[in-house]
Design a protein around this ligand. Structure first.
Ligand SMILES: [Fe+2]
Length: 297
């Protein structure tokens, strides 16, 4: 389950068997340090931030409490820009996470990983296509606080349908930028796919946004927390394998990159992802094909 990025065959095998592969020492220390510094700056500037939801308020109201077990955007209480202007030390007590917009423009060092030739090779092999595409890139910061859990804190499959269509098969690459020596990754995954769990559609649906204790006992042995160190990244299959992210003990900085096929349902979202046109122009033919759906600005 732990390989360096050029071990294409082993990475693919682990992805198929466990739904997960940890890529050892992919990220340069310099890129990690620069990213961390800039993230803390942008968190205090609302124009760089996506919408955030007032989880604290939602948890205090019986009607909205149930929305915490679901995608965050279903919570109706948004944090206003005047709250965001008070800085993340303040608003991180009200919400569990926030998105930093346009990561490929604001963190140009990410491009080297998104367009890494060995990453493209993994996507080709795993998705079984010569023409895989970058479909989505996002940066999200999760906060340590004592408000209720919500959204990704619960176990879920990104695709909530019982069987994921082949054309919609996705591969996610997650890059953490916050791991220190003694900080473990907050990520957990079941290493058995939804179709091998042999459960009813009804049980499958009731396990969306659930806790470990909600799973039948026979699945306990499949829960893993991969051992990740600073500079590591990981690929996983987000649709067929249940996963969650526990609330962090320190600021958790994650970049999510999604690869898939050009006819995937996500392809329409790719054109919202902005990339620097000058950077794009100097890429190889193969890299340009990989990023062809992105918006060049
Ligand atoms: Fe997820």
């Amino acid at each position: 389950m732990y390989y360096t990025i050029e071990k294409n065959n082993q990475i693919n095998r682990s992805l198929n068997e466990n739904g997960l592969t940890v890529i050892k020492t992919l990220i340069k220390i310099k890129d990690i340090n620069n990213t961390k510094i800039k993230v803390k700056k942008l968190l205090n500037s609302p124009k760089y931030l996506g919408p955030a939801f007032n989880v604290k308020l939602a948890s205090q109201n019986k009607q909205t409490q149930s929305k915490l077990k679901g995608v965050a955007r279903e919570i109706n209480y948004k944090l206003s820009s005047s709250i965001l202007r008070k800085g993340y030390k303040y608003y991180s007590k009200l919400t569990n996470s926030i998105e930093i917009l346009n990561p490929l423009l604001n963190f140009s060092q990410l491009n080297n990983y998104v367009f890494h030739n060995d990453v493209i090779a993994v996507a080709k092999k795993y998705l079984k296509t010569n023409d895989p595409k970058i479909l989505y890139v996002a940066m999200r910061v999760h906060f340590p606080n004592n408000i209720s859990e919500n959204d990704v804190n619960f176990f879920h499959c990104d695709d909530r349908s019982f069987v994921t269509k082949n054309k919609n098969k996705l591969l996610k690459l997650l890059i953490p930028f916050h791991l220190k020596k003694r900080i473990k990754i907050e990520f957990n995954q079941l290493i058995i796919s939804k179709n091998k769990m042999n459960i009813s559609k009804k049980l499958f649906q009731s396990l969306q946004y659930s806790k470990k204790e909600d799973f039948p006992k026979k699945f306990r042995k499949y829960f893993i927390k991969p051992k990740l160190r600073n500079q590591d990244a990981y690929f996983f299959n987000p649709d067929d394998f249940f996963h969650n992210a526990e609330k962090p003990k320190n600021l958790r900085i994650m970049v999510y990159i999604v690869f898939g096929k050009s006819n995937s349902y996500l392809a329409r979202k790719a054109k919202l992802i902005k990339i620097n046109i000058k950077y794009f122009k100097q890429l190889s033919v193969d890299q340009k094909k990989f990023g062809s759906l992105l918006k060049k600005v």
